[in-house]
Design a protein around this ligand. Structure first.
Ligand SMILES: [Fe+2]
Ligand SMILES: [Fe+2]
Length: 331
């Protein structure tokens, strides 16, 4: 019996904005356009094959036809994320690209990068890539006052370790910038520490990490090793400064000494670690978990203010609340 090739459906494709494709850059994925067939059904037609540079004339043809959304095969999503990562600087600096498109590009490539980083935490290559990404992200957040809220709109509110790492980097960089006391170099260092802060979780047995229920004492003991294990791993790979490692090692320390791994208190908890703790807890509270729904931003801030005032730096928390401002009531 002859087998018929299965027709691909809309679910097999992902939308990408035309503006994300840079002139003369080689796209390592096929590009499709959507056309309406005679029977009113939508069809996806191959427009450009992979591995050829995207030309000025191709962009003009598409723009002339009013096409600003293109499609890629869902199986090429990782290739597209890598393409965004390699072209992020140009996308962020392009005045023709909207805030939403810039933010989506930054967020998409970040989650691709961190997902790979956590799958293979011992790869120094991913660490190098994350540093370059952070310098682009910091450039974007510092140069454009709309960038932070635009990025918040792109964020995933389903908790996954890799989306969490990206969200925490965005919150922490924005808070560090708001304080007005750090150089861009220091904010880059803080950003690198933030995006890598949970890299030690990549070393934990998934049966513990993804357990759908409360952890027993032994499992908790394993879980609590991730800050020190992550910092030691990054130290052995090199290429990450000790200043950034303060965040990896110290993001679960609390001012009242109730944190881990060292249980240090007060002035012993570095300011970088205090920033990380606020960004980390806020993201954990405002994303959905299997065992509880996400809190709204203002509910999370209320809870942090009322129930964690001994643990968190109050001045930093106040600045964080000011940063989110009255928008927190709406998101
Ligand atoms: Fe952590
Ligand atoms: Fe975390």
């Amino acid at each position: 019996m002859a087998t018929r090739k299965m027709e691909k459906t809309a679910a097999d494709f992902r939308e990408i904005p035309l503006h994300s494709l840079r002139i003369n850059s080689v796209t390592n994925f096929d590009i499709y356009i959507k056309v309406a067939a005679r029977n009113q059904e939508e069809r996806f037609v191959l427009y450009r094959e992979r591995n050829i540079p995207f030309s000025e004339s191709a962009r003009k043809n598409l723009t002339d036809c009013g096409t600003d959304i293109l499609y890629i095969d869902a199986s090429d999503e990782k290739e597209y994320q890598l393409y965004l990562e390699n072209n992020l600087e140009a996308i962020i600096k392009d005045d023709e690209v909207s805030h939403a498109e810039k933010s989506n590009a930054a967020y998409q490539c970040a989650i691709g990068l961190v997902e790979q980083l956590l799958e293979n935490p011992r790869s120094g290559e991913h660490v190098k890539r994350s540093k370059l990404f952070i310098s682009n992200l910091v450039d974007y957040l510092l140069s454009d006052s709309h960038a932070f809220f635009s990025l918040m709109t792109s964020m995933s509110f389903n908790y996954l370790t890799y989306t969490h790492s990206v969200n925490v980097a965005v919150f922490g960089i924005a808070l560090a910038h708001k304080l007005g006391q750090f150089t861009q170099h220091s904010i880059n260092t803080i950003g690198s520490g933030l995006i890598l802060h949970d890299v030690g979780k990549g070393l934990i047995d998934p049966r513990i990490l993804d357990k759908n229920g409360p952890l027993n004492d032994d499992e908790w003991a394993v879980m609590k090793r991730h800050p020190a294990d992550g910092a030691n791993l990054l130290r052995s790979l090199g290429n990450v400064s000790e200043q950034a490692l303060i965040i990896v090692e110290g993001h679960h320390e609390k001012l009242d000494g109730s944190g881990y791994p060292r249980g240090i208190r007060g002035v012993d908890v570095h300011q970088y670690a205090r920033i990380a703790a606020i960004a980390d807890i806020f993201d954990a509270l405002t994303t959905r978990r299997p065992y509880r729904p996400a809190l709204r931003s203002f509910e999370a801030l209320e809870l942090m203010k009322k129930e964690m005032s001994e643990q968190l730096d109050r001045d930093l928390l106040r600045e964080f609340i000011l940063l989110l401002g009255d928008r927190a009531a709406r998101i």
